[in-house]
Design a protein around this ligand. Sequence first.
Ligand code: NAD
Length: 329
Amino acid sequence: MKTALVLGAGGFIGGHMVKRLQSDGFWVRGVDLAAHEFEMSPADDFVIADLRDGALVAELMDLPFDEIYQFAADMGGAGYVFTGDHDAQIMQNSARINLNVLRAAQAKGLKNIFFSSSACVYPQENQQDPDAPDCREDSVYPAHPDSEYGWEKLFAERLYMAFNRQYAMNCRIGRYHNIFGPLGTWRGGREKVPAALCRKVAEAADGDAIEVWGDGRQTRSFLFIDECLEATLRLMRSDCAEPVNIGSTEMVSIDALARMIMEIAGKRLEIHHVEGAQGVRGRCSDNRLIREKLGWEPTAPLRSGLVSTYEWVASQVAQNHPERKPPAI
Ligand code: NAD
């Protein structure tokens, strides 16, 4: 039986990956600082551990794991990474995790690691035009990410590639572009825009206004979790050693995203634009490289993933406000 180690298994993507690997027949050890917030992890072995502790990380690698998935990071949406209030913490925590993981894996002879990088590595100058952002993989240098979160991801990418070169490891690097779906953080300050807008719509009554940060004309693309898992596994098992975008090319404005969620919810709401962290003006995955290297690109439209995401967030809102029943969709 094949074995996998999923780091950050208590989080959104890691939690889904545990289930996907198990359904593919893997025995899975999951590790996180905390248990999964929304469900009991089905991992065959779930260890609560702090990956900033190098000795602990080495202990966790006591099996000849076929695959290691490194999702653990100090992270959140725009309200967490763009305020400046968490910069030192984000850089220090995530860098320590990645340094520990690589050192321990190399020492134990574990070679196959997937690292979850981010679209936040791309230079801010290339993302000023909301209609034509440039996120080709090779546009990343000269580097100028718009957040310290992005700089740490860029450092970590280089670290994984350096271990590939010096120790003949097979690290694979996916640059995720806004992954969304059920079982993700939807409140508390770390939530990302699809979950935050689903929550605002679910909490609103017909005729209310929901708040959107900025002018709502900033653009992004969003990838549903199932597609993300598929691309991640394909990349992990490929011979593609360079960083690759994992995202969708269906670019929408934040206002359009909000309106799509309102339509799914069957609610007529106003949009009220307010000051708030926004990041770059435009960002969209460029999928030419992943098509060429893996013969893959996402197939499902944004709306289909939003339907199940809205349904799940609405059910969470209803549990927290029993007077608001999830709408039938
Ligand atoms: P998440 O916050 O839900 O999951 C990250 C997990 O890491 C959390 O459960 C957290 O407890 C754990 N963690 C943090 N510090 C730890 C430590 N010291 N020891 C052990 N566990 C620790 O985030 P996610 O959305 O699942 O993202 C997974 C990865 O993908 C992250 O590295 C993130 O930067 C990257 N990524 C995600 C997106 C996205 O849209 N979700 C986009 C780009 C990149």
